[in-house]
Design a protein around this ligand. Structure first.
Ligand code: ATP
Ligand code: MN
Length: 478
């Protein structure tokens, strides 16, 4: 079906067999003895080199073969004369599908800044960097499904539109079909959502967890992998307004099991990328090394592959929130008042604290557990002391929080008490509460932000560069 991809052609043994290439021109180079066209179809980071003799084609045709133009080339696959590649194609014929005007095509064969490429997100997948990222992103997504499928988890499709705002009060995107110019009003003068599409207020989901739990209480082990939306106005390098989240939810898993799963899961999908994305990772590693050349020695990063292998091969450090606070209180930056935010039992750790623990103190991924109940969600299981909950956050170097999870509160009375405490109207999540009334069981789960994983694996610095079309405040162009 369809033509062979360039990736497949590059692996063939050259025997002057006839081949057809379809792809976009990366570069064209003319020398005295030959014309070289580097063609790429996105199947691999590598271009295929096609060679024509001078005078074989009209000057008129060759003028339309420029960076960005799309060609069909027929020719013969032969051993390459040059040193850069094993095979090349001796061109018989060129057909130009689409030209790309040199003066207006924005991608020229030179290094463009990532900020500039964000402005041309419709074309950036044609660059080496973005095509590598997108292929790695694909491989990781595939590895996620494979991981759970291999272990008896069922892929549960939780809703994108939700009427409960239990999780995301204040940071949700509203979904409505009401006419904003003529909002229906109640007698009291409030907006009458009874007239809205669902007969009530609706939003885009911030997490599939609550529904995921319903699935786990029937299928035992489920996972979700879908888009989530947060209208948080956080212009950081780690937040998107639309991102993909993987949320496994398991009946009969306690906090320890949950941590074991999270660690094994991350290591397994990173290993998959290491094995299946060698060329793209090597390209990105080089790219980072090039960037690092301009930095002072002590600011240079660990080579990408070394960093990934380190994470796969070493046990994550596990400690409680309380132990982490002790370490922070004894730390140099705390004593020297270098932290921007204060440290003390009860604080919500900020990313400078998390990064100190991971990057300076332990120098490896960390799983923090048993956070104060006040700073965590209502559904987390209370510890026996009543002060902390069975939460677990996985913290990664350069990223901070990559996973947030917990054992869930399975006791109806305790859960209801927490619901009241945080001011949620139990009526709005009656269905969630009922799982604790009918056949409750210990269960656990977590959420992994897919883009934060891609960020880590690709070594990129900004989360806007690891999703094809990023959504963030004031940006939804493409
Ligand atoms: P943070 O403190 O970094 O904002 P969070 O506590 O809001 O994270 P959770 O609600 O626990 O995060 O969501 C689970 C996971 O989803 C996080 O560990 C993170 O990997 C990812 N995540 C959360 N918010 C975003 C976002 N705005 N963009 C991308 N990924 C996100
Ligand atoms: Mn957040």
């Amino acid at each position: 079906m369809g033509p062979l991809q360039i990736k497949e052609l590059l692996q063939q043994t050259p025997d002057a067999q006839s081949v057809t290439l379809k792809g976009w021109v990366r570069t064209k180079r003319e020398s005295k003895n030959a014309i070289f066209i580097a063609l790429n179809d996105g199947s691999t980071i590598h271009n295929i080199q096609a060679v024509a003799a001078p005078g074989q084609f009209s000057a008129e045709l060759l003028l339309t073969v420029t960076t960005g133009s799309c060609l069909k080339i027929t020719g013969q696959l032969v051993a390459s004369q040059g040193s850069g590649q094993a095979v090349e194609v001796k061109i018989d014929d060129i057909f130009v599908y689409g030209t790309a005007d040199v003066d207006s095509y924005p991608l020229q064969p030179k290094r463009h800044s990532l900020e500039f490429l964000r402005e041309i997100a419709h074309l950036r997948p044609r660059t080496n960097t973005f095509s590598a990222i997108l292929r790695i992103r694909h491989a990781l997504a595939f590895a996620v499904h494979k991981y759970y499928n291999d272990r008896g988890f069922f892929y549960l499709h939780t809703p994108i539109i939700t009427a409960s705002d239990a999780e995301g009060a204040g940071e949700m995107f509203r979904v409505t079909t009401l006419d904003l110019e003529k909002l229906p009003r109640t007698d009291e003068g409030d907006i009458n959502f009874k007239e809205d599409f669902f007969g009530r207020e609706a939003n885009l989901t911030v997490s599939g967890q609550l529904e995921g739990e319903l699935g786990a209480m029937a299928l035992s082990k489920i996972y979700t992998f879908g888009p989530t939306f947060r209208a948080e106005n956080s212009n950081t390098t780690r937040h998107l307004a639309e991102f993909w989240m993987i949320e496994p939810e398991m009946a009969f898993f306690e906090l320890e099991d949950n941590m074991d799963l999270a660690e094994d899961f991350i290591k397994t999908v990173i290993s998959y990328a290491l094995e299946n994305c060698k060329d793209d990772l090597a390209f990105l590693e080089n790219r980072l090394a090039e960037e690092d050349k301009n930095k002072p020695q002590n600011e240079r990063s660990i080579p990408l592959l070394e960093k990934l292998n380190f994470v796969v091969e070493n046990a994550f450090e596990r400690l409680t929130y309380t132990e982490a606070i002790d370490i922070l209180l004894k730390s140099k930056p705390h004593k020297e008042k270098k932290f921007q935010y204060p440290v003390g039992w009860g604080i919500d750790l900020s990313s400078e604290h998390e990064r100190y623990l991971v990057e300076k103190h332990f120098k490896k991924p960390v799983i923090l557990t048993n956070y104060p109940r006040e700073i965590k969600s209502f559904y987390m299981k209370l510890d026996d002391d009543g002060k902390t909950v069975r939460a677990m956050d996985v913290l990664f170097p350069g990223i901070g929080e990559i996973i947030g999870g917990s054992q869930r509160e399975d006791n109806y009375e305790k859960l209801l008490e927490r619901v009241h405490e945080v001011g949620i109207d139990p009526e709005t999540i009656w269905w969630y509460l009922e799982t604790r009334k009918f056949g409750t069981a210990p269960h656990s789960g977590f959420g992994l932000g897919f883009e934060r994983l891609v960020l880590f694996v690709t070594g990129m610095a900004n989360i806007r560069d690891v999703i094809p079309f990023p959504r963030y405040p004031k940006s939804a162009e493409f």
